[in-house]
Design a protein around this ligand. Sequence first.
Ligand SMILES: Cc1cc2nc3c(=O)[nH]c(=O)nc-3n(C[C@H](O)[C@H](O)[C@H](O)COP(=O)(O)OP(=O)(O)OC[C@H]3O[C@@H](n4cnc5c(N)ncnc54)[C@H](O)[C@@H]3O)c2cc1C
Length: 442
Amino acid sequence: MSQEQLPESAPYVVLGGGVHGLSSAYHIAQALEETGEGSGSDVIVLEKKHLAAGASGIACGVVRNFYFSPPMAEVIRVSVELFETDPAGFGYHPVGYIAAVPEVQAEDCVAIQKQQAEIGYRSDVILGEKACQEHMQAIFPDWNGEGIDAVLHERQGGWAETNKTVENLGRLARSKGVVETDHGSIETDLFVAGAGPWGGHVWRMLGLPPEVRVARKEKPTSPVGDSPRVEADGNGSGYETKPIVTYWKLQEGDYWLDDVELADSSGKEPPVVHLDHVVPLRSDRDGHVIDQGPWGIYYKIGRRGFGVQGGGVPIKLGTETELEPYGHDNPEHIVGDDFTDYFTAGLAWAHERFRGKGDEWHTDPHGGIGAFTPDNYPVVDFVLPNAYMVMDSNHGFKMIGMGRLVANDIVRGGENRLDPFRLARYERGVTHAVSHSPYPWN
Ligand SMILES: Cc1cc2nc3c(=O)[nH]c(=O)nc-3n(C[C@H](O)[C@H](O)[C@H](O)COP(=O)(O)OP(=O)(O)OC[C@H]3O[C@@H](n4cnc5c(N)ncnc54)[C@H](O)[C@@H]3O)c2cc1C
């Protein structure tokens, strides 16, 4: 749409042509239509570059429900349901997802599987090194399960081709009459931002303070009965201030060998695997210890249809970073050879087929920057009376159904499944459960 064609105002302006902006726009349009309160033409998507120009276009696309926090599991369930409505359109590969972890995370797996069963998400948990080994070797006969004491096998989930998913969300939004533009200025009754890594920039543009007060969880002053409570004495001593956004560098890449593939025992595409361990990780090139542990990798079939695509534990950058150009266009956002060594060492630890191949991998390194919230979980809320933000703390590609909940919140008068993601949780000290995973996002 050109500057001339752009209306002077629109009831809803949604910033961001990634999964959250588009899913929110589509679901808001649908809710307006269904409630008779408007139509898709009331919704304008503002995207400064092009659809999928941000994190949604470069993500690995893993779709899993391996979350320790129950409210997250419900959002993922809604999202998987959306993927399952049109797997081909979304480029969704429902191959399942496996988390293989050491003893320290075994209880987390049991708790997560219980939550999944409660919400009707299909999965199995396997405990004990021998049983885990048998389970994994039925899929990968060359699996090395030493010290892996728990396997959570999600029968739903898998991964999605990121650009197809974004294109499909764009198509769905357009089918409701939603318009996208990168032109001009426009007045609106409600601004909704799905800005991904740019969430901190939008936060500043809205004039919001760069830090939030977070009630300390463990400050047992004046206990009431036996239960410690957070001190909120008005002097701020029961609180710490935390930046609304901290940047992490996500480490990912595509790697392939001339003669070995990541197929399962029947030669088919295997589930996505997430492997965490506490033993030292040794280079498959020269045997040096890369990481004393804990370490972790996740992997799936390569995005070209061969080889292996995956990632590892991200690197914390701090509160300032350069986002432009974003992702693969920026050498600073892309992983280096040290990550190839790390990732292929993890693959070699897990699979006999990859051992001794450390110097033979072809590489297509990628990566990107993610903006994380104070507790590393999404903030989805009205941040001003006329501004709503979906800050997904980098969980987001797999959360494409979040837009449905956002639309309920905005158009249908509220969505209590979003209550755990409100901004006020920080002040109230009701943040999310944290697992033993080495990643910031579980
Ligand atoms: C390397 C990497 C790998 C990942 N892997 C996975 C994975 O396997 N599974 C998973 O679920 N998640 C993964 N994620 C996380 C996931 O990609 C993000 O959480 C999610 O895509 C964020 O979606 P979004 O719509 O909020 O933001 P984005 O997709 O970043 O979209 C934001 C859009 O806003 C636009 N924009 C920004 N500022 C403005 C402005 N001022 N005006 C107009 N437009 C603006 C940008 O151009 C961009 O297109 C990964 C992320 C990265 C970086």
